[in-house]
Design a protein around this ligand. Sequence first.
Ligand SMILES: [Zn+2]
Length: 271
Amino acid sequence: MVQEIAPAVFSNAYTPCPPDAQSRAALFQGQSLLVSDDGCEMPLVTELAEGKENLTYLFSIDDVRYYLSSEACQLPGYSALSLFEIRKKAPRKELFAAYTAYHLYRWYSSHRFCGRCGGKTVHDAKLRMLYCPGCGLQIFPTISPAVIIGVTDGERLLLSKYARGSYSHYALLAGFTEIGETVEGTVEREVMEETGLEVENIRYWGSQPWGCDAGVLMGFFCDLKGSDRIHIDRNELSLAEWKHWCDVPDGIDDVSLTSEMMRAFRRKWMQ
Ligand SMILES: [Zn+2]
């Protein structure tokens, strides 16, 4: 999955310090990130023309520290690619760095002003927190919980395709958790809303950070309860159908929890 970058080690401890010669800079324009044409690496801070005072510390991978640059620019040998394009061509470590940097970029750029009083926020010196000097509001990073759902009926798994967006492969059902809801409740609600099916025996499988949606994904398998007849929500899905395990795609990609869960379902029946 995207976060599995061993032997490299990711550290999100907030230890702001000045960049050094091997530090890299995340330069976003909307959902596009400036990465090298060979290898999808972010540029070195030393390659930036502007001063280093506009950099915000993000995280480190091994000894390389990553910083957010507040101003986008162009550099020879680098191109601005969408996260979707980066997903298709970047090595795992570079992809995880891009997704994680995007999550932080989205949070920092959306909280430059206080949502309570409208004052300009400032960066706290010790915590990954933005602070409003005017009213004292403390703003911590926002992570949206969401579920990935493998609905099973014996040797069959429910697969779907999204009605919107650029991802055209088979997927599992998914959805964000609402305020006041348990994640198990999200599983039951999303399956019912998108397919009209009831489920039971909900069991946790695993999770992954998913920075391109500012989220953390939690994967669950569950069993069909009652009728297997699908009533599809056309606003959310273009297709939803039962697939025998031997027809479940193996290896759409090696970065997503969805693909890992599909593979796990196949492996379970193959043995
Ligand atoms: Zn305020």
